[in-house]
Design a protein around this ligand. Structure first.
Ligand code: HEC
Length: 207
């Protein structure tokens, strides 16, 4: 009984043609709990994402005056409900994972940047291009990394990435003219007046 022929997972076996005891997964198999069926929530992308690849998006975003439509694929609203507890969790995660480089208030002056990780510098969130960027862009940067910045997908869960994005919106609002009052349009995108309205919506910032 002890020596009966059998296969052991991942061990070599001469029984099957491919030489391994494990059978390959059926195409399209999704492990339980890993179904990523909502592109807005899991990837921060709109359903009909255009064919622009990341490099093209990046090139576009670098062109001055092109900020409003720099990230056409990224969602403009946070695809989950947010409570005050979510905002606090976002602040907490931001302070742990992002502030070391981007600074507690998001000006890109965290201790790691001041000690030398500054070629290029961590971005300030208070530049016009990022004030105008859709909230999905922040999710994308955390998920996939951006230039010199590494991905945080393995350390920060999907939900927490959205909470951090919400907190960044609140930080941005706090530094805008008008003290972050969403009804004040000064400093918002002059064409659409959209920035602060959206920011307010995204962040559900407390009054
Ligand atoms: C180790 C330092 C470091 C940490 C930690 C870090 N970043 Fe960054 N981040 C950078 C650098 C450097 C850049 C600029 C990259 C470039 O332009 O090549 C950047 C750029 C960005 C940008 C701007 C992207 C653009 O469109 O220009 C955003 C948004 C951002 N980071 C968000 C975050 C968030 C959110 C976190 C926390 C989850 C975080 N970063 C943590 C270093 C860091």
């Amino acid at each position: 009984m002890q020596d009966q022929p059998k296969t052991i997972a991942y061990r070599q076996s001469s029984f099957y043609k491919d030489g391994t005891g494990s059978r390959p997964l059926v195409d399209g198999t999704v492990p339980r709990g890993y179904l990523r069926d909502d592109p807005a929530f899991f990837f921060g992308k709109k359903l009909n994402a255009s064919d622009l690849n990341k490099e093209q998006q990046y090139q576009r975003s670098q062109q001055p005056g092109n900020s409003a439509n720099a990230f056409p694929d990224d969602v403009e609203t946070i695809p989950m409900p947010l409570t005050m507890d979510d905002m606090k969790r976002g602040q907490d995660r931001f302070n742990i994972y992002c502030s070391v480089c981007h600074g507690m208030t998001g000006y890109g002056d965290g201790i790691v940047a001041r000690r030398g990780f500054n070629k290029p510098s961590p971005a300030s969130y208070h530049q016009e291009r990022l004030q105008n960027a859709p909230v999905g862009h922040f999710f994308d940067v955390m998920t996939n990394g951006w230039g010199a910045m590494p991905s945080y997908a393995s350390q920060v869960s999907v939900e927490d990435r959205w909470r951090i994005a919400a907190y960044i919106r609140a930080l941005q609002l706090s530094q805008m003219k008008g003290g972050g009052n969403p009804t004040v349009t000064e400093g918002a995108n002059s064409e659409t007046g959209k920035t602060q309205e959206n920011a307010g919506k995204d962040a559900r910032a407390p009054k």
